[in-house]
Design a binder for this molecule. Sequence first.
Ligand code: NAD
Ligand code: GLY
Length: 369
Amino acid sequence: MATVERVRVALGERSYDVVVGAGILAGLGEALTALGRGRRALVVSDAGVASRYGAPAADSLARAGFATVRATVPAGERSKSLRQAARLYDAAIAGGLDRGAWVVAVGGGVVGDLAGFVAATLFRGVAFCQVPTTLLAQVDASVGGKVAVNHPLGKNLIGAFHQPRLCWGDVATLATLPRRELRCGLAEVIKHGMMADAAYLDEVEAALPRALAGDPAVLARVVAGSVRIKAAVVAGDEREESGARQCLNLGHTVGQALEAVAGYGRLHHGEAVAVGLVAAGEIALRQGTGWAARDQERLVGLLRAAGLPTRMPAGIGREDLLAAMVRDKKTLAGQLRWVLPLRTGAVAVGQLVPEPVVREVLADVGAAA
Ligand code: NAD
Ligand code: GLY
């Protein structure tokens, strides 16, 4: 087996390990056993991963002596709903789970967010384990304890902070991930380097062709590097109270507005974030934060090399984007706050940007008048 990397998320009594390796799925039961607690588990996956990875995860738990209940939700963002959460409560209670039980999420960010929300609320909170199977979930969504379902009026509006007790990231699962999803994960990887660690971005740049080709050893290094960055941010501002965690929103102000305006599903989250990163860099250039033209060129080159878009798709209106940004959660007293790059590896949060600059940049990245 290739090297297994272990990253600690240091949160006092809520600390936990993120374990990253190739071919580690079969060891899940043993790893959960080592953490103690009850011997019952609700294993949640979606229809895209249930037989491939949900079943082997449940088998591993059963071999380790766990009584498991399996539940499958439809694949896709629409499953992050109170309706699906209610189905999972039903399965857990009917299956005899108790306060000492585990909820184990096997899948991408949708399954992780939904199952985590159920873990946070079932019996006022039970132990949670993440088994992420998309690159995006391995480098971002499974780490940090943000769990949520969507409300018809917006994404992630109903949720909690509920840290997992273990993240078990098997990069071998990425072999079956559609390439478009792999690229979306790379957008968050590039974001992490751009925001916090220039040396890591160098490593990602060099590793990109092999990561895109699915080399498990390279993917494990890339994932572990990204997790280290996210773990440090989360440890410094678990509940996004000091503002430090907001750096993870680099590229998300424009990215999330673009997702909303394009209509969820047309653009994937990572693709929208890629365009958002370019827009944040363009704003930083105009605001004179220290971000240089060569940093911007490199960013655009990297995103392109990862097969990600760097401009808006056709038909996205500037005014619609602005309206969506203001509706977003990143406004304080009605004012948009931006995360802007200062140089590769450093950002400033809470930045105010004059609206004409935002309009100009949106036009520059391809938004229609
Ligand atoms: P996803 O969970 O919808 O997974 C994408 C698709 O890939 C699904 O169809 C799934 O069935 C399939 N899939 C998953 N693993 C596979 C594999 N190994 N092989 C083949 N197919 C596989 O999407 P995602 O991009 O992982 O997650 C997006 C969600 O994550 C969004 O809801 C977003 O809000 C959330 N998110 C949460 C956080 C957080 O901090 N909690 C951070 C970022 C994103
Ligand atoms: N994905 C943003 C965060 O975890 O804070």
